[in-house]
Design a protein around this ligand. Structure first.
Ligand code: NAP
Length: 501
């Protein structure tokens, strides 16, 4: 039956204790911490957060490369319920962001719920509840599972012949080896996306020479960072509402600059001009030509930097546009026969943006597996729930909004929707899963919308695109997402009473 429990259950018949349903949250990044804070706030204490690493923080734990920072304004990159009056700069650096999320988790009591070194490998639904298994052989029973495993999580190394032969240290930006000193060394840096641009800008002054391999030029938006003056920080502390107002204004700014389909023509024209004008700062016309993209601004995820334009013009920086042929012990050989010698090789080559909760194996009702269900496309309903996977919810999952807007506002909005479903689970003792037909209709809508966005029409390749060449991210603004996730339409769900224990 849709919308109503087949036979109304109760929290008691479902076996829920006074602390609410037993919940497993997978991942302790921005989304997992949010889930933990909100569950505790609701008084549901019977939950565990399984974290495969040895610390919380997701992206901000993994990305510790020099120059790591967030190009979303810091005052937007916070939970709405936990403004941070103390940001030191307009765009926060990675360690300060990690500290913010750690502090929110600590003061909300979430740290006590996290178990580290727990890599979830399997989750199986038995008709009533889930058994979640981790790589070390532990297993957890749960009425509800919330996957908060992140989107840009698994580093993607390129397939270049000879990679193993490099004589010096080599590593991905998201697996930075802090024991390696860069001072006075020759560095090869493969990749010119957001991470590559941040790394180059941060280390060019320290290394003897850096060669950045740029397969495709990126549009770079000049974004001015600046310290937040002490009096402004004081004002934020004394007048928290001021922080909130600033937050809203910056959110608008961020959305407007988010390179999404919903932008006004005027905003796009202004942003396009900022990006092309910024290239005029490159004095050498030959280099400028090589750094100029031949696709629309916003087609690839916009790179934001103020410093990069100067750093690439340093005498110890080379930008190489020839294709890479192979890696050799001494460096990187390009197809024109040149060997670019270096001591350290860094891969700023991005992430597998389409793994989502995989490689975890998920088996839902009637033995339906996630691998089978997602063989063609990652089918979800409104990104947060999956057909045949009762009481399994996802934050920042497939078909979440893409672009440069703050991910924090997105996952908070998704949580608001999931929380309403959880209330029904807890009050009625039911399982809830979306109807497959409604999920397919919704996904078709998302793909149609995304297919008209600049990610699809802008004439580029990017990690937004799935194997069919369609963007795997929804082209909606935060206000549009908020309105579409305001309240679940229960007719779109299968609701079943949980068999009594
Ligand atoms: P990315 O945007 O996917 O960039 C990867 C780079 O590596 C591209 O320049 C790509 O070239 C190049 N590349 C990949 N394989 C290659 C190969 N075989 N040979 C040569 N070049 C190769 O990855 P990212 O820079 O790590 O950024 C990923 C995302 O993380 C960003 O788009 C952003 O959403 C997020 N991020 C955000 C921030 C922030 O400040 N908020 C900072 C860092 C990252 P092609 O362009 O030709 O594919």
């Amino acid at each position: 039956m849709h919308g109503k429990a087949t036979q109304p259950g109760t929290a008691q018949s479902a076996g829920f204790g006074p602390n609410g349903p037993r919940i497993v949250v997978i991942g302790s990044g921005v989304s997992g911490i949010l889930a933990g804070v909100k569950l505790r706030e609701r008084g549901w204490r019977d939950f565990v957060i399984l974290e495969k690493a040895g610390a919380l923080g997701g992206t901000w734990r993994d990305n510790v490369y020099p120059g790591v920072a967030c190009d979303v304004p810091a005052h937007v990159y916070v939970y709405s319920f936990a403004p941070n009056p103390a940001w030191k700069t307009r765009y926060a650096k990675g360690p300060e962001i990690w500290q913010y999320y750690h502090d929110v988790a600590a003061r909300s009591g979430v740290l006590d719920h996290i178990e580290y070194g727990k890599d979830v490998t399997n989750a199986r639904f038995d008709g009533a509840r889930w058994t979640v298994t981790t790589g070390d052989g532990s297993s957890y029973e749960a009425d509800v599972v919330i996957a908060a495993a992140g989107r840009l999580r698994d580093p993607k190394l390129p397939q270049i012949p000879g990679m193993d032969s490099f004589a010096g240290p080599s590593f991905h930006t998201a697996r930075w080896d802090k024991s390696v000193s860069l001072a006075g060394k020759r560095v090869c840096l493969i990749g010119a996306g957001s991470s590559g641009v941040q790394v180059l800008s941060a280390i060019a002054g320290e290394v003897a020479h850096i060669t950045q391999f740029q397969r495709t030029p990126q549009w770079v938006m000049p974004v001015q960072d600046a310290p937040v003056p002490w009096w402004e920080r004081l004002k934020y502390r004394l007048l928290p509402r001021t922080v909130h107002e600033t937050y809203r204004k910056m959110l608008d700014f961020s959305n407007e600059r988010g390179a999404l389909a919903f932008e006004s023509k005027e905003a796009r024209a202004e942003r396009d001009k900022m990006c092309s004008d910024a290239l005029l700062r490159i004095r050498d016309p030959e280099l400028r030509a090589r750094l100029t993209p031949d696709y629309d601004v916003g087609c690839k995820r916009l790179v934001m930097s103020e410093t990069w334009f100067e750093q690439v013009q340093r005498p110890n920086v080379s930008i190489v546009s020839e294709a890479i042929e192979r890696i050799e012990p001494e460096g990187v050989r390009t197809t024109d026969g040149t060997l670019h010698a270096c001591d350290i090789l860094i891969y700023a080559t991005g992430f597998d943006a389409h793994a989502y909760i995989r490689p975890m194996k998920l088996t839902g009702e009637d033995g339906v597996t996630l691998d089978a269900l997602w063989e063609d496309l990652p089918l979800t309903y409104r990104s947060v729930s999956i057909p045949h996977m009762p009481n399994f919810f996802v934050l920042n999952g497939p078909s979440s909004p893409g672009g440069s807007a703050s991910i924090v506002g997105i996952v908070e909005t998704q949580w608001g929707y999931v929380a309403q479903l959880l209330e029904q689970v807890a009050a009625q003792g039911v399982t809830i899963a979306p109807r497959e037909d409604r999920a397919r209709e919704w996904l078709a809508e998302v793909r149609e919308r995304a297919g008209k966005s600049v990610w699809a029409t802008g004439g580029c390749q990017s990690w937004y695109l799935d194997k069919t060449g369609t963007p795997a991210y929804d082209a909606v603004s935060l206000p549009q997402l908020q309105s579409s996730l305001a309240a679940p339409k229960m007719d779109d769900f299968e609701v079943r009473a949980i068999p009594a224990r």
